[in-house]
Design a protein around this ligand. Structure first.
Ligand code: NAG
Ligand code: NAG
Length: 371
């Protein structure tokens, strides 16, 4: 096991029922341990991107979209029965949520995964900690606008209406405090205001199968960027945990880096890219501060997964790794492209990483071998 890390929680995944073992320590990350078995392991991850819960929270339309998003997640989880779920940012549209505690919406988005006993990890997008934006329609009537402050399933008292948004730190702490299945972390303090920065080693038959890295790509209350300090942190931790680069590494964050623009197909998706929709320009981070240079230099880094662009779902190779978009999962957020989830499957022996997209209607497409 890695030198300077001890493990707070070791999650042993046995195929139904899940068995937990929590060990106390001074760790800053969890570990997933697959059950010991002579058979090969298949570790399957479903990615839920851009759910945008709480969109137009004050209308009938908004809450209806959340119900629809719950249905998408349930359909994917029942069709794929993944071992793990990644919530890839923009879980909520906080700039539409006029209540004190956005965690109430955040928590709803987690519930289909939680109710099936599947562990998960979350990263932040640019909408999750945004402050409330007053809708202009509210000012159409003369006089003071009527303040509607819906609180899901609780008796609302108007006094705790807040317009500041719920901070990344509060959202993450609430998630971690209330969910044994959450393997999310608030990350080292030296990386703040970026919060969702952590690693999840996955062990299979006493071997490291894969290391999952989660990074906060900013947005909302601070610029959309992976900072130079986060890049240095990734370099240090990945070299410490995996000095000879033997363990494959997979990276998750919300906003595509500028490198995605370099590989983006024009109009139609053609080889070597694989995907089904290419309807937008890549909306990249504001600046590149070193993370991509580090990633392309590490032979063990196999792929980066992002959301943010709802109208893109392709994977394209970039140097020695793959840059992939997830698939828009939520009914919240712009765009009416059919909803789905990118699935990621890691096979133990022989080692491979493959991915495909599972749609709400149960169909699948865009299968690609990433390693
Ligand atoms: C916000 O909601 C979460 C539940 O999702 C709860 O654990 C937390 O205590 C709440 N925070 C406040 C300040 O009410
Ligand atoms: C709120 O209530 C509705 C209907 O009673 C239920 O379907 C939904 O799951 C509840 N949401 C939460 C967060 O409890």
């Amino acid at each position: 096991m890695a030198s300077s890390f001890s493990y707070l929680t070791v999650l042993y995944l046995s195929y139904l029922p899940l068995l937990f073992q929590a060990t106390l320590g001074s760790s800053d990350h969890h570990t997933i341990v697959l059950p010991t078995t002579p058979a090969n392991h298949i570790f399957k991850i479903a990615i839920f991107a851009d759910l945008h819960f709480g969109e137009n929270a004050w209308t009938d339309w908004g809450p209806e979209q959340d119900v629809n998003s719950m249905r998408v997640m349930s359909s994917v989880l029942d069709n794929e029965t993944p071992d793990f779920v990644v919530y890839l940012g923009d879980v909520i549209t906080a700039n539409n949520i006029p209540i004190a505690n956005s965690s109430l919406y955040w928590d709803q988005a987690l519930s289909p995964t939680r109710s099936r006993g599947i562990p998960w990890a979350t990263v932040f997008g640019n909408h999750d900690d945004a402050p409330f934006e007053w809708p202009i329609q509210w000012f159409a009537a003369p006089g003071i606008p009527t303040l509607l402050c819906p609180v899901p399933n609780s008796s609302y008292s108007g006094e705790d209406c807040s317009f500041r948004g719920t901070s990344r730190l509060e959202l993450m702490k609430n998630e971690m405090d209330n969910n044994v299945l959450s393997l999310s972390r608030t990350g080292p303090q030296c990386l703040w205001p970026a919060i969702s920065n952590y690693v999840l080693p996955v062990l299979s038959n006493d071997k490291r199968l894969v290391h999952l890295y989660f990074l906060d790509s900013g947005g909302g209350t601070y610029p959309q960027v992976v900072s130079a300090t986060q890049a240095k942190w990734f370099k240090r931790v990945s070299e410490e945990l995996n000095p000879d680069s033997r363990v494959p590494e997979v990276i998750f964050w919300h906003i595509p880096s500028k490198a995605y623009r370099k590989v983006a197909p024009i109009f139609r998706i053609y080889e070597p890219c694989v995907g089904s929709i290419n309807k937008e320009k890549v909306a990249a981070q504001e600046a590149e501060m070193g993370i991509m240079k580090i990633l392309v230099k590490r032979p063990s880094v196999k792929a980066v997964f992002v959301g943010h662009n709802h109208g893109l779902d392709w994977c394209c190779p970039y140097r020695k790794l793959w840059l992939c978009f997830a698939r828009h999962t939520g009914y919240g957020g712009y765009g009416n492209w059919a909803r789905g989830s990118r699935i990621l499957q890691i096979n133990d022996h022989p080692f491979s990483i493959s991915s495909w997209i599972r749609m709400e209607d149960g169909s699948m497409h865009s299968e690609v071998i990433l390693s």
